[in-house]
Design a protein around this ligand. Structure first.
Ligand SMILES: CC(C)=CCC/C(C)=C/CC/C(C)=C/COP(=O)(O)OP(=O)(O)O
Length: 546
């Protein structure tokens, strides 16, 4: 008598994509394109002349820094990369640590953002004889805000900046509530800064926000026009990429073929767009989106559908990475495995032509390690084993995804990724670990409640609560404090690491910023919240009115 045992799966209801098929078709509007290109070129020239003219006049250097900051915040620094590099190099060489212009907080932030490890001693001048921050600093709200933003470039041990953060945060919160000291535009500007400092904001979202703010303040008309035109031109490119990706994704048809899994292509594209939005990274965005969308399906296979035995087989097949393994897999896994192999094959062919097989192999190996991490989580869950916080971290920081994500970011970046950068990536440097840790902690804090409702590998919150016998609230505070500390390490690494260029370091910083946005208040990747939906609407649906 044949007897078939019923398979029990850890099923969960998965919300469908909130975006439907709306990004599938995109028809670029061809009219007026040449005229706009010409206008943009003229405006660029005008701004470039302004940067270069200010360079040779020391009295103009504070204004030059303000101009560079405005260009960056308006999201158009990619038009002036060389000019900005040249200008900041010039400022660094001319002043070293001894800036004598006004607005030292802006000078400090801009130079550190660009990798110049200047001293924070300048902020000692902000204190009185008793060692407290001078109350007179609060009389200029913009300078106080600048000081607040500067503190987020601090590294471990810079106590003056830790103190400055506490001081500015308190005083700014008071000012934002006081209608005599800040009008409604300034008040919301302050509140937004307090919610998310510039260091943690995504450049493309900051551009949208700042264009609006800048328009209401005294502004340079050419710069504003360039920012708006530039934003819309790039948005068309992004829509085209998302349309191409939607066609690829439709071929997998997650809702019908893998209904247990998250159908999150648009969210995955947002993730890639957060890492790099510039035109030259089009291919990189496409590769990265595919890796994230597929990794999500795989995550759900391990967390929410596969039986332990099936997962063992899938893990074995991934380690062997060969189409011959298809036969050993159950039906639904065949689709995932085949698509995973196809996707990597396609990337491999492109990278082979670029002479970057080492980079491809490195990214593939990190994908294998990532999946091995999922299997380890499944094993401990299956065996009912409760890992210590150290054991937990050893696996959870692998599935936190820093290494797989950062190396996947590099895949489509062509010559920006040099042989030296590949060697650097192979060492799994501190920045990889930092982003894994932030990813894991933010994800666990955001998803803790939901994951507790089903059988799931314990979150970092759970692990801390058990090991140290602390309340949930205490564990949250502790983990947030750890995230702040990792940010300091990220700042330090981006200043000290000279093995790779600034664009490569910025990939990591932007990746962590994206995590800060995706997991702000909630798991927006899985359940898009109101604010997140509005980000997608303004980044990928509505153009800015000129
Ligand atoms: C955790 C993290 C930021 C991962 C980075 C690596 C990466 C891009 C994975 C893609 C899939 C994804 C969003 C997993 C998080 O799932 P989940 O929210 O169910 O978390 P889990 O890892 O606890 O299952």
């Amino acid at each position: 008598m044949s007897f078939q045992q019923e398979v029990i799966r850890p099923l969960r209801y998965m919300q469908p994509s909130v975006w439907g098929d709306q990004f599938l078709i995109y028809n670029k509007k061809a009219q007026l394109a040449d005229e706009v290109d010409r206008l943009v070129d003229d405006l660029k020239e005008e701004v470039r002349k302004d940067i270069l003219a200010a360079l040779d006049v020391p009295e103009e250097h504070t204004r030059l820094l303000k101009l560079i900051d405005t260009i960056q915040r308006l999201g158009i620094s990619y038009y002036f990369e060389e000019d900005i590099d040249k200008a900041l190099q010039h400022v660094y060489e001319a002043y070293g640590d001894d800036w004598n212009g006004s607005n030292p907080s802006l000078w400090f932030r801009l130079l550190r953002q660009h990798g110049f490890y200047i001293s924070c001693d300048v902020f000692d001048n902000f204190k009185d004889e008793q060692g407290a921050f001078k109350e007179s600093l609060t009389s200029d709200v913009e300078e106080l805000l600048e000081l607040y933003e500067a503190t987020h470039m601090r590294v471990q041990g810079e106590t003056v900046l830790d103190e400055a953060l506490i001081f500015t945060r308190t005083r700014l919160a008071e000012i934002a509530k006081d209608p005599i000291r800040s009008n409604s535009t300034m008040s919301s500007h302050i509140q937004e800064a307090l919610e998310q400092p510039l260091r943690k904001r995504l450049p493309r979202l900051e551009a949208l926000r700042y264009i609006h703010f800048y328009q209401q303040a005294s502004h340079n008309e050419s710069l504003l026009k360039l920012a708006k035109l530039g934003f819309n031109m790039l948005q068309s490119l992004h829509k085209m990429e998302l349309s191409q990706l939607s066609k690829w994704w439709k071929g997998i048809d997650v809702p019908n073929n893998l209904p247990y899994a998250r159908d999150r292509l648009v969210e995955s594209y947002f993730w890639a767009l957060g890492v790099y939005f510039e035109p030259k990274y089009s291919l990189a965005r496409i590769f990265l989106t595919k890796v994230i969308a597929m990794a999500t399906v795989i995550d759900d296979t391990y967390d929410a559908y596969g039986t332990y035995e099936e997962l063992e087989i899938f893990t074995e097949a991934v380690m062997r990475w060969s189409v011959t393994c298809l036969d050993m897999l159950p039906g639904y896994m065949k689709l995932i495995y085949q698509r995973l192999l196809d996707m990597y094959k396609e990337m491999e062919e492109i990278l082979e032509k670029e002479g970057k097989t080492d980079l491809f192999n490195c990214a593939k190996e990190f994908m294998k390690t990532f999946i091995k991490g999922y299997m380890m989580e499944a094993k401990w869950l299956h065996e009912g084993y409760i890992p210590t916080t150290e054991e937990h971290a050893s696996v959870a920081y692998v599935t936190g995804g820093g290494s797989i994500l950062i190396t996947s970011c590099f895949l489509g970046m062509a010559d920006i990724v040099t042989d030296r950068s590949i060697k650097w990536a192979l060492t799994e440097p501190p920045l990889f670990k930092a982003s894994s840790k932030i990813g894991r902690l933010l994800n666990d804090i955001a998803g803790h409640k939901e994951e507790q409702e089903r059988k799931h590998f314990p979150s970092s919150v759970e692990s801390y609560k058990k090991q140290y016998d602390v309340t949930e609230e205490y564990a949250y505070d502790l983990l947030h404090k750890q995230i702040e500390d990792v940010w300091k390490d990220v700042n330090r690494e981006s200043l000290l690491c000279k093995d790779v260029s600034m664009p490569i370091l910025m990939v990591t910083v932007n990746l962590i910023r994206t995590l800060e946005v995706l997991y702000k208040d909630n798991d927006n990747f899985t359940h898009a919240g109101e604010e997140f939906i509005s980000h997608i609407n303004s980044l990928l649906i509505h153009a800015i009115s000129i």
